[in-house]
Design a protein around this ligand. Structure first.
Ligand SMILES: NC(=O)c1ccc[n+]([C@@H]2O[C@H](COP(=O)([O-])OP(=O)(O)OC[C@H]3O[C@@H](n4cnc5c(N)ncnc54)[C@H](OP(=O)(O)O)[C@@H]3O)[C@@H](O)[C@H]2O)c1
Length: 400
């Protein structure tokens, strides 16, 4: 059931991923409220083709010419505009008939089209934390145009709606603790990709799921919160909350704490961002309402810094400045992919990230306000650095 209201035209970047498909579910449930005018994906061509048949957008974008050739083969009668690669994402992000652009892209590839959309005056709805991590200072001037829907940031956004920023004492960013919260530390060297990919509460894309297992995801979210809510690192505190019912909270200077609670279903913050400042009934009423009496215990603990060194690395990068955050993000994208390829062990992830951050600091290239081009150069430098460093710690091919 939808409430009456004007139709909103949307572009969705990252349509084939976890966020993208859940965004489409929201559109499917409220067809009279949303019209999709553009869809972009990487290389999952069949999935995108099925989405195009269902939603009939004015334009589509795929990551490579080969993927686009396959798309045209699958849908020879599609008469919309076909775009490719980074420039195609920029074109879609600024598509004239789109009012809002939804970012479900993974990785720092989201930064450039986000800037393009903001500069074109679009409203940006985003879960792409890497954009804030790598270029938070570049998007900060446009905060009024951004509605975040990473569940924690959606929660903080909602808590802050009624309060002036200067009354904030602390942001309390909750974290489930991931699949290895209670695994004995001596077993961490042997945990497998399959074990790391099983998140206790959320079903998400592979990168963010591995980042949740190392707590780097929470570290990236600390940096995201810093830019979104203009708070310094020392006012952003991570609290482990294994049930993922409290999505985050804000403590004010008088001691009051406002929290946002709900069942762990990303479609709820996605829909909130899409309809903000209105609210609408959820996609699945039978599963979307929180029954506190049956929710059981809500528990909290401090993060174990020895078990999860990535969290402190993110704080360190935030204190060093934006260039360090960009370097850390790029190194993380590479090492997580290598872990997913079964090429390195789980405990190598933080040591490689530490080495990369350290090398950046020692190079004297710390820069609090890099340009987009400098961010792309830092990103490339970190990828090369960490790839070379991994030559010494990859498993033998027989184990991969
Ligand atoms: N999933 C969640 O519940 C969740 C929750 C909070 C925040 N987030 C954040 O949301 C973002 C997306 O996460 P996700 O879990 O949805 O990731 P995902 O499932 O891996 O999806 C990523 C999307 O990006 C697309 N993509 C990859 N490379 C591309 C390229 N070169 N050009 C264009 N598109 C490309 C993928 O397309 P193909 O698959 O077609 O290649 C896919 O549509 C991340 O920043 C993540 O941290 C996710």
């Amino acid at each position: 059931m939808s409430l009456p209201g004007p139709e909103t035209s949307l572009v969705l970047l990252g349509a084939t991923g976890s966020i993208g498909t859940q965004t489409l579910d929201v559109v499917r449930h409220h067809p009279e409220r949303f019209r999709l005018v553009g869809l972009a994906a990487g290389t999952q061509v069949e999935r995108l083709a099925a989405q195009v048949q269902e939603f009939q957008p004015e334009a589509v974008c795929l990551a490579t010419p080969a993927a686009m050739a396959e798309f045209r083969r699958l849908l020879p009668d599609y008469t919309g505009v076909c775009l490719v690669g980074e420039s195609g994402l920029d074109t879609l992000a600024t598509w004239p008939s789109a009012q809002k652009v939804v970012f479900g892209l993974v990785g720092m590839r989201g930064l450039r089209p986000t800037l393009a959309a903001l500069q074109a005056g679009k409203t940006v709805l985003t879960a792409n934390k890497e954009t804030f991590v790598t270029g938070g200072h570049l998007v900060a001037p446009y905060l009024d145009q951004i509605v975040p829907f990473d569940s924690e940031h959606s929660a903080i956004f909602q808590c802050l709606k009624a309060e002036p920023g200067h009354a904030v004492r602390r942001i309390l960013l909750t974290a489930s603790g991931g699949p290895f919260r209670t695994t004995p530390v001596e077993r961490l060297p042997d945990v497998t990709r399959a074990q790391a990919l099983v998140h206790p509460n959320w079903v998400m894309g592979a990168k963010v799921t591995i980042d949740s297992a190392t707590l780097m995801n929470k570290g990236l979210e600390v940096i995201e919160a810093h830019w979104l809510f203009s708070q310094p690192a020392e006012r952003i505190e991570v609290v482990i909350h294994p049930q993922s019912i409290i999505h985050s909270a804000v403590e004010f200077i008088d001691g009051a704490v406002l929290a946002q609670l709900g069942v762990p279903d990303m479609r709820i913050p996605i829909q909130y961002a899409m309809t903000f400042p209105q609210r609408m009934p959820p996609c699945e009423p039978s599963r979307s309402f929180l029954e506190l009496a049956t929710a059981g215990s809500l528990t909290f603990e401090s993060p174990d810094e020895a078990r999860f060194p990535c969290l402190q690395l993110a704080y360190e990068a935030l204190r060093l400045g934006s260039s360090a955050c960009a370097v850390l993000n790029a190194a993380d994208e590479v090492v997580v992919q290598e872990f997913l390829n079964d090429a390195i062990s789980f405990i190598r992830i933080p040591t490689l990230l530490h080495d990369c951050l350290d090398a950046h600091r020692q190079s004297g290239a710390i820069n609090p306000t890099p340009t987009l081009q400098e961010i792309q150069e830092l990103d490339a430098w970190a990828r090369v650095f960490v790839s070379k460093r991994m030559e010494h710690c990859r498993f033998p091919v027989s184990r991969q």
